[in-house]
Structure formats: structure tokens, C-alpha cells
Design a protein around this ligand. Structure first.
Ligand code: GLC
Length: 733
């Protein structure tokens, strides 16, 4: 009888038995949290610990990250830094995890897609100069697609470390010196990478890094101590991360630096109390490369086991590369120094991201031929558009630019004219020099049939060989205008690329000064990954264009700016000091106690920087007028509307970014002289006027934070700065 009942149930409801055979965690119809908990309940300790580890696969091409490879890759490894772009190979590794392991948990494949994978676009410091976050979102979306097609489901990007010391090579990787700018572009990047849903076919998990304060590395040296007050933490360095977490970022990477005595890697306050308890981040934290083991060098762990213990107890879920967790977590659990519940909490965070990415349901990526994966026409156009909007016209004396149509010969001189590889910038490991359009190629397309282009390299990027100077001078003499292209090698910025001076190598300066003998107008073009010291060059040239490191498509935008086909619209995301000696110098400093002339400043050089944050010229003239506020007095819970009318009073169409700053002249704590709180970029035709509007929310825009992150709005006078206009108003209780 019993058999008859079972048989009839089987016949009537076959799905009942099928479902009862399919574990909940493998059932795509189940809620993520149910799948996480079901899978967790099936895992043994070793399987859990392996989820908390990330190894690498492939030839490590980052010379800064040395260390031996893990011998044989366990099928249960949580994540791999995948140093290849072959989707088929990646699927073979994934198949091992899905089919050879007991539970079939997919591997999370990661890599550094920082400013493009194969279609490389401008470095982040340049992207921020576009003041066009929507364009950056589109670029990141494109990079995400190329990543998925290469087998990558997680990028260690965006880097949102506020940086104010250009001796630090990694300033090239962030969005400049301002917290709000890093927040806006960090969120724009997260949206691009993660799309509407993490499970969308071409979405990848993003990773805010390096949490936190890495940009304050002492003296601009890398990996160093950072002395950050709680006030500075909350006012300057944490806001971009809070914005990124609120935007739903899947992961966060802790930073190398020691934060006032407690390294980020073992900083419970930041990794748990702030990131998870206060902000509610429900993804996971990955360490930086070997950073857990590095706690030993930083003097807070006596050995690898103690390092594992301290990092894990702080709330660091995944160990990148040094296998410290893989070696010691089980032992620490057996000694009851770490509770299984803590392990489960950490593992569940990693599983949650994998489920949200859809990796359990779609563990494999499509295997397209290389030419269908990269460098699609529309993507190169996108990279070019972003490069165009990132370039900054720093100087344009006597309107030497755009170049006059009467010009018949242009001398193109300098080590960057035909350079391709260095235009990619740092962290573009999958980019290829042959994909790059050089300055020379861009100029040929723009001018080739109308103007004679004469090229001379003049000198190398560095060294003492002046043998090319004479030919360069002769080339210059025969021309109507000299375009000198100088700059940095891509490895001079990025990780482990600190420099004691931000001046160009002297050979490059000497070349430019030597060319003065030609008595021709000189346009200086710069391709670099940090602000440069230009104090000896600026007065020697009529115009300066900062093209940054534009990636694969910089030649045409630059040529377009020189010809006038493009009206430059970039504004600096970072201050250009007059000299290295001025560092640190940034726009939102606090007022001197004696702000009278040069009192207290260096007595041997001017006080002002060469080019301030927000500086950028146009070929047209934008007139700001009729700046006004909706009220001269508001209560703390009331909004205030600030408006300004901008008119294109010049002869060409252009894009103008209006930057809105606020200041609080008198407050319980001192406040920066100015703080950027909003910006907007619009195109204006010749003669067109547009109203730019900023809705001020006192708690968001006027508040200050105390050392615990609590925000306060204080009654009193405030100032809104827009263009050359200053508007004051009062906040009352
Ligand atoms: C590096 C960098 C980090 C990068 C990671 C993986 O050391 O600090 O930005 O994402 O290791 O390559």
C-alpha cells in the first residue's frame, strides 16, 4: 500500500521529487538569502575557508606584486585574480570548480579594469576633468562588457582615494583632490560596472578602493603611514566611500596604509563599525595584495597567524593572495579564537555577491573570437569622446589656438609625438600599443591634406642625450608654429611610482628652451599621469594643452582642439602647484591665521599655484550673470535655490561646467575656505543663455561632521560661490 501511495505521488507530482532532489542553493527561483543559508549549511570548514581566499591565475604582469604562486589551485577557491583575457581558459577553470568540487561553488574571477580593459580610455584623474559622470558611466559599462567577454566578473575599481600630493604616483588613478568629485565619479563608475542589476549579462561587481586614506601616504611615498584625524577621515576621505556604498557597490578593498596606528587591514572601526554597522554594506571586503601578511612589517602582528587573526576579527572577509587565511583560519577556529558564526558571516557575504552576480546559474561566459570582444567602433568613439572632454586648455596667449587656417607648416617636436604605449597610462595591462592612435596620427588625419607636418623627436623622455636638439631646432625654424609634445612614461605614475619632484626630466625642459631660438609660437602639449611643475616652461610658450594619458583614442581629440574643430571643455580636477615645494596645495585648504598677502607662505616663491582646481579655458567666452538665491534667510530644514545665468558671448559653441562652492566663514570648527558641492555641464550655442540651478540642502551641503561622523548644521552666515560671483545668506534655527 505504502509503495502504491509513493508511486502515485511520483506519477502525479514528479516535480515534487525533482525539486526535493535540487538543493535550494541551486534553485534560481529561490531568494538569495535562502540560497546563501542553504549552501552555508552544507559547507565544511575547509570549504568555507577557501571561499575567504583569492589566489592568482596566469602570468603576473604587475612588477609591484611579487610573491610565489599557490602551487595547485583548489577547485573550491573563492576567487582568482585572472591575469588572462581568454574566456575559454577561464571557463575550463570554472568547470573544474563546478564539476570537480563537492558543492560546485563558482569561482569569482577578478582583475584590475581601471580605465578600460582592451579599449583603454583616459586615466581617472583625466576623466574627472571632463566633469561628465554620465560619459564615465558609459565608459565603465563598455569596460564591463569587455571584462565579461574576457571571463572577468569583478573589477578592482573605482579607486576613489582623495589625493593632494602629486608626488604620489597613484594620484593618476583617483578623481582628484576633492571629496565630492571622487564621490560623484565613484558612483558613476559603480553604476557603469554594475548596471541595473548585478545579474545582467554584462554587469560586473565593482570594488571601492583603497579604503581608506591611502592618498595621504606620508610624503607622497607609497605604502606609508597616514596620519589622519577622525575629523579629516569623516570630512574628506570617507564621503566618497559612503556615496559608493549607498549606490550599492558589491565590494570594497581595504588599503595598505597604517591609519594613525591601526592599519586599514586590521581596522575594526572602519571595516565593521563604519562600513557595515553604520552604512549597512552587505557585500564583502577584500584585502589589498598580501596586505594581511604586511601587518607584520607594519608592526601590529608578530607572525602570519596573528595577522590572520587581527584582519579577520576586524572584518576583512577575503584574503588577496598571501594565503594567510588559507593557512591559519581553521587553526584559529579550533582554538576557539574565531567562532564558526564569524566564519559563516564572512562566507555568506561572499556567497551573496556570487548569487547576485548570477554566477551559480550562469557560471560560464560566452566564448567569442577576440575581434568580437574588443575595440568595437562605437567603443573607440566613446573613448575618444571621453578623451576630448577630459583634455584641459591651460593657457592660450594671444589666441594662438585654435591654429590659424593660414598656417602651412606645423613642426611636431618631442618624445610624445609618436609615442603610443605611454598614452595608455598606468594600470592598462590589457591595453596594447598597437591599438593607440598617436598624436602624430591624429594630426595627420586632421591636418594632413592642408598643412605640412614636420616631425622631430628632439629627445627621449629622460636621459642626457641632446643630439636631436639641432635637427629639432631646424624643423622648428622652417615651420609657422611649433607643437612641442612632452610628458611622462606610463610607469612614472600608478602604484609604487612616487617621485621626489613633479617636474619633467630636465632633458625635456632643455629641449623646449632650446627651441625658443626658432622665434616661433610654441604650443606645449602634455601627456602625463599627475600635475606637473611647469614654472620654467609656462612663460616660454603661448599655449598649453593638458591631454593627460587618453588611452587608445587621444590623437584625434587633441588634433581637433588644435584645429578648432573641438572647443576644449575640461577643467582641472587637481591643482597644478607652481613647484614641488608648494605641495600640499589644494583649493579646499583652511584659511591661514594670517591671510595677509604672502605672510606665512614660502618667501622664495609665490603663494598661489600655477593652475588652480577647476581651471580650464575655452575658445569661447562664457559670461556669468544674474546670480541669485531664492532667499537670503532659511531655516535648517529648508532648501535654498541658487541660480546663475551663463551666456555664450563668444564666436563658437562650447560646453561650460558651472562649479558651485559653499563656505561657512564662522563655525564651531574651522571649515575649508571653499567646498565643491555641486556641478553641472551644459552646451551653449553662440549667443545662447542658460540658467544653471543648484538646490542647496543644508544638511547635505552646509553641514560639518564631527569626529564620529555625526553631521551638524549651524546657524549663521554662509556663502555660495559661482563663477566670479559671491552670494551670502543666513541659516537660522
Ligand atoms: C595592487 C593595488 C590594488 C590592486 C591589487 C590587485 O597592489 O594596490 O589597487 O587592485 O593590487 O592587483
Amino acid at each position: 500500500m505504502r509503495r502504491l501511495v509513493i508511486l502515485s505521488v511520483w506519477v502525479l507530482f514528479p516535480w515534487l521529487f525533482v525539486c526535493s532532489q535540487t538543493p535550494v542553493y541551486k534553485d534560481a527561483g529561490q531568494p538569495v538569502e535562502k540560497r546563501v543559508n542553504d549552501l552555508l549549511s552544507r559547507m565544511n570548514l575547509r570549504e568555507k575557508v577557501l571561499q575567504l581566499n583569492q589566489y592568482t591565475f596566469g602570468e603576473n604582469d604587475n612588477p609591484n606584486n611579487i610573491g610565489k604562486e599557490v602551487e595547485n589551485l583548489p577547485a573550491e577557491i573563492g576567487s582568482l585574480i585572472y591575469l588572462s583575457i581568454d574566456p575559454q581558459l577561464r571557463n575550463e577553470i570554472q568547470r573544474k570548480a563546478m564539476e570537480e568540487s563537492r558543492l560546485g561553488i563558482p569561482i569569482l574571477f577578478a582583475t584590475d579594469v581601471i580605465h578600460g580593459l582592451r579599449t583603454v580610455y583616459p586615466i581617472s584623474l583625466a576623466q574627472a576633468c571632463s566633469f561628465n559622470p554620465d560619459l564615465v558611466t558609459r565608459a565603465c559599462r563598455m569596460a564591463a562588457k569587455e571584462s565579461v567577454l574576457s571571463g572577468i566578473n569583478w573589477t578592482f575599481s573605482p579607486m576613489i582615494d582623495v589625493a593632494r600630493d602629486p608626488r604620489w604616483g597613484r594620484i593618476s588613478e583617483c578623481y582628484g583632490e576633492d571629496p565630492y568629485l571622487n564621490a560623484v565619479f565613484g558612483v558613476a563608475s559603480v553604476k557603469g560596472y554594475q548596471g541595473e542589476k548585478l545579474s545582467d549579462p554584462y554587469s560586473i561587481a565593482a570594488c571601492l578602493k583603497h579604503y581608506v586614506g591611502y592618498g595621504v601616504s606620508e610624503g607622497g611615498r607609497d605604502y606609508r603611514y597616514t596620519d589622519i584625524s577622525p575629523q579629516a577621515l569623516w570630512e574628506t576621505y570617507l564621503p566618497p566611500y559612503e556615496a559608493g556604498v549607498k549606490a550599492g557597490v558589491a565590494t570594497v578593498m581595504s588599503s595598505f596604509n597604517d591609519i594613525s596606528g591601526i592599519p586599514a587591514t586590521s581596522n575594526h572601526y572602519l571595516l565593521t563599525e563604519v562600513l557595515k554597522d553604520k552604512w549597512g554594506h552587505d557585500g564583502f571586503v577584500v584585502s589589498d595584495w598580501n596586505a594581511i601578511e604586511q601587518l607584520i612589517y607594519q608592526g601590529v602582528a608578530k607572525d602570519r597567524k596573528e595577522a590572520a587573526y587581527k584582519a579577520f576579527q576586524a572584518g576583512l572577509e577575503m584574503d588577496m593572495r598571501d594565503n594567510v587565511y588559507g593557512e591559519y583560519l581553521e587553526e584559529l577556529v579550533s582554538e576557539e579564537k574565531i567562532q564558526m558564526a564569524q566564519i559563516d558571516e564572512a562566507v555568506s557575504r561572499i556567497l551573496r555577491v556570487k548569487f547576485r552576480l548570477g554566477l551559480f546559474d550562469k557560471p560560464y561566459v560566452e566564448e567569442l573570437p577576440e575581434k568580437e570582444r574588443y575595440l568595437q567602433k562605437e567603443d573607440i568613439t566613446l573613448a575618444s569622446d571621453l578623451a576630448e572632454e577630459s583634455m584641459v586648455l591651460l593657457k592660450n596667449e594671444n589666441s594662438v589656438l585654435p591654429l590659424s587656417s593660414s598656417i602651412k607648416r606645423i613642426a611636431l617636436i618631442g618624445p610624445m609625438v609618436k609615442d603610443s604605449s605611454n598614452l595608455l597610462g598606468a594600470w592598462a595591462f590589457r591595453g596594447r600599443a598597437e591599438d593607440v592612435e598617436t598624436i602624430y596620427e591624429g594630426m595627420q588625419k586632421e591636418f594632413g591634406d592642408k598643412v605640412q607636418l614636420d616631425y622631430a623627436q628632439g629627445c627621449a623622455l629622460d636621459g642626457e642625450d641632446e643630439s636631436g636638439f639641432f635637427t629639432a631646432l631646424e624643423t622648428a625654424k622652417a615651420s609657422d608654429v611649433v607643437v612641442v609634445c612632452l610628458g611622462e612614461a606610463k610607469q612614472w605614475s600608478g602604484e609604487n611610482a612616487s617621485r621626489s619632484t613633479i617636474a619633467l626630466p630636465s632633458i625635456q625642459e632643455k629641449l623646449l628652451l632650446y627651441l625658443k631660438q626658432a622665434n616661433k609660437p610654441i604650443v606645449l602639449v602634455l601627456s602625463n599621469g599627475r600635475p606637473l611643475e611647469l614654472m620654467r616652461l609656462e612663460s616660454q610658450v603661448e599655449a598649453i594643452i593638458e591631454m593627460w594619458q587618453p588611452g587608445v583614442a587621444g590623437g584625434t581629440p587633441l588634433a581637433g582642439i588644435l584645429s578648432g574643430r573641438v572647443n576644449p571643455s575640461g577643467k582641472l580636477s587637481v591643482t597644478f602647484p607652481l613647484s614641488t615645494g608648494q605641495i600640499p596645495i589644494y583649493y579646499n585648504m583652511r584659511q591661514s591665521a594670517r591671510p595677509f598677502g604672502a605672510m606665512g607662505d614660502y618667501q622664495d616663491i609665490p603663494t598661489e599655484p600655477l593652475y588652480p582646481f577647476g581651471h580650464g579655458l575655452s575658445y569661447t567666452t562664457f559670461v556669468y550673470s544674474d546670480a541669485k538665491l531664492s532667499s537670503s534667510k532659511i531655516k535648517k530644514d529648508q532648501k535654498l535655490i541658487a541660480e546663475v545665468t551663463v551666456t555664450n558671448a563668444g564666436k563658437v559653441e562650447g560646453k561650460e561646467t558651472v562649479l558651485w562652492f559653499v563656505s561657512d566663514p564662522v563655525c564651531s570648527i574651522s571649515r575649508p575656505m571653499k567646498e565643491l558641492k555641486y556641478f553641472e555641464k551644459q552646451s551653449l550655442k553662440v549667443g545662447e543663455s542658460k540658467v544653471y540651478r543648484f538646490e542647496i540642502d543644508p544638511m547635505r551641503d552646509l553641514s560639518y561632521t564631527d569626529a564620529t561622523g555625526k553631521r551638524f548644521v549651524e546657524a549663521g552666515e554662509f556663502v555660495v560661490w559661482v563663477g566670479n560671483q559671491k552670494l551670502t545668506f543666513e541659516v537660522v534655527d
